[in-house]
Structures are given as C-alpha cells and as structure tokens.
Design a protein around this ligand. Structure first.
Ligand code: NAI
Length: 314
C-alpha cells in the first residue's frame, strides 16, 4: 500500500474518479478546486459512490469504504493540496487559458521530484507547459470515461518532458490498476481520439451513403468488432486470423487496399446526413433518457471490467 501523497486539482467528474482510483490503491489524496462548494460536494459524492460500489461488489482495491474515504481530503488552498505531493493530476476545464494558468500556479507549490500531470483530452502538452520553469516535470495522463471501469491511460509527453517523469508516471498508473500506454511524441488527438475519429468517419459515411441505418452501424461495433476489441487489439486480431501477421498480410493486403481506396473523403458532418443521424439517434434514445442510458452503460462497463479482472486472475 502506498504512502505517497497525490494532489488533485479540479473536482468535477474526472477529478473525483482519479481521487477514488488513487485511494483504492492506498495513496493519500488531497483535492483542490477553485470553487470551494465543488470540493465539499465532491467529497459527498465520492462517499456515496464508494458505498454504492461496495454494495454492488465493484469497489476497487482491498481497503474498506471507510479506509478509502479516510485517505481523501479536500482543501480550499492549492498550496496546501500540493504541499509534499509526489504526483499531481490536473482535472480543470478543457480550455487552453485555464490549463496555462493552473499549470503556472501548480509549479510554484511542488518540489523537483513531483510530476505535474494533466487529464487533458485534446490540448497538446506543449501548448500549456512551454514557458514553465518545471516544464520537464509535466505531461498528460489522459483517462477514458468512466476511468473507474475503463483503465486505459494515454501518457503524452511534451518534447521537453524528462524520460524519468514518463517512466515514473507509467509505474504509478500500473500501481493503481490503470493500464498506461506511452506516446513517444505528442500528436493531435493522441492515440484514442485518432482511432476513434477514424471509426466515426467511416460509420458516418456508411449511414450518410445509405448503406446502413444509424442503429445497425452501431451494432457492427456493439455485437461484433467491439466484443473482440474488449480483449484484443486490431493487430492481434490480424495475427490470430491467419497463420500470423505475415500470412495475414499475404492473404489480405490487396483486399484491404481495395476497400480503403473505396473510402470517401472526410465527412463534413453537416447538412442532410447530419440531420438524419440526429433524428435517428433522438428516436432511439430521447434526450430526457440520456442519464438513464448512461447508468445502463456504466453498469455494463463495470460488469465487463469485473469479468476481465476475474479472467486475468484465473
Ligand atoms: P468538469 O467540468 O466536470 O470539472 C472541472 C472542474 O475544474 C470544476 O469543478 C471546476 O470548478 C474546476 N476548475 C475550473 N477552473 C479551475 C481552476 N483554475 N483551479 C481549480 N479548479 C478549477 O470537467 P471534467 O469532465 O471532470 O474534465 C476535466 C478534465 O478531464 C478536462 O481536461 C477534460 O477534457 C478531461 N477529460 C474528461 C473526460 C470526460 O469524459 N468528462 C474524459 C477524459 C478526460
């Protein structure tokens, strides 16, 4: 169990999730938010979520709800929240000016060994760390929503990030049961959104081109490809679907190139195609049912995460 201190800056959805994940592995966590009521609200929400997770058998780690909650504190001072922290996870609004301001404040309150990590989904680390004194200690650890059940974390360094900060972040992420992948350099969209947007583009073309309905195109993932991808990535799927990768490429290169050559340009995501997709999605899940459906999603992701953990233990 860890005795290191973690600072969390920003106590919205993602800040609360990180706090719970770190505490589940025994780290002491202090949460700061610019809005004091957000901190007290976050502590209340975390307590009730830990209780619900325990009741449903989904609580992470070996510590009791009380022990995990006791590891999480709130503070209305960034200085106090970050004092002595070895790792700080920033979770404020996704706005460049806010990230720049918060990073320039955070670097004043940590020592030479601390890592300053951002949850940013799309802003590249060089954009808000370039002019900092401690820029070599900064990187992004981008989680996937909901982080409590989807353990992937993309680590994205800026060109000036120390290799030791990257290596230590990977070790910390593994110690809390997350699954880190490290980008060797920053690229727009990082890895997750580049791959996700490639899928969105083709799904859009198939619906816009009248090949599949919106409901059916989603089933291609949820009842087909997604089931495999819950356990293996596309490269391993290829390796297993022939006598290894070389044999797969000998068999299928021509047909892959033929199909890829048939892809249209990047959709504009406007006009009648957009209207049709919005209409179909609103009919399938009306806007006043979104919260219900999110809970449905989280219950299923939790069960899948548990299944994967149980299978790995076998
Ligand atoms: P949120 O809007 O739920 O919470 C942001 C929190 O930051 C608020 O409590 C706000 O009061 C606080 N805040 C704003 N300015 C601040 C400042 N100067 N100092 C301290 N606290 C400040 O946002 P959410 O969804 O938790 O996102 C946080 C970060 O995580 C963003 O960078 C987002 O892109 C990233 N992220 C979000 C995901 C999601 O699905 N929501 C998934 C992965 C990453």
């Amino acid at each position: 169990m860890e005795s290191q201190k973690i600072g969390i800056v920003g106590s919205g959805l993602i800040g609360r999730s990180w706090a719970m994940i770190f505490a589940s592995a025994g780290y002491s966590v202090t949460i700061f938010d610019i809005e004091p009521s957000q901190v007290s609200n976050a502590l209340k929400l975390i307590k009730s979520q830990l209780e619900e997770l325990s009741e449903s058998g989904m609580l992470r780690g070996t510590l009791s709800v009380e022990a995990q909650f006791a590891l999480i504190k709130g503070s209305n001072s960034m200085e106090e929240a970050l004092a002595g922290a070895s790792f700080v996870q920033e979770c404020v609004f996704e706005k460049l000016e806010v990230k720049q301001k918060v990073f320039s404040e955070m670097e004043q309150y940590v020592g030479d060994d601390a890592i300053l990590s951002s949850s940013s989904s799309c802003i590249m680390p060089s954009q808000f760390t370039e002019n900092l004194k401690r820029r070599n200690q900064c990187l992004i650890s981008h989680p996937i929503n909901p982080p409590y059940y989807a353990p992937l974390v993309e680590i994205i360094p800026a060109p000036w990030t120390d290799q030791s900060a990257i290596d230590r972040t990977r070790t910390i992420m593994e110690s809390i049961g997350q699954v880190p992948v490290t980008l060797k350099k920053e690229v727009p969209g990082f890895a997750v959104n580049r791959i996700q947007y490639a899928i969105i583009a083709e799904v859009w073309r198939l619906v816009e081109g009248g090949v599949l309905s919106a409901d059916d195109v989603d089933k291609v993932m949820s009842a087909g490809l997604g089931l495999r991808y819950a356990f293996l990535g596309p490269l391993e799927v290829m390796h297993l679907n022939a006598e290894g990768m070389q044999s797969y490429m000998e068999r299928y290169t021509q047909s892959i190139q033929h199909v890829l050559g048939n892809f249209g340009p990047t959709p504009t995501f406007t006009g009648s195609g957009l209207e049709r997709i919005i209409k179909e999605m609103d009919a399938k899940i009306p806007l006043d049912k979104l919260e219900e459906r999110r809970q449905w999603r989280d219950t299923r992701l939790a069960a899948l995460a548990k299944l994967k953990r149980d299978l790995e233990r076998e």
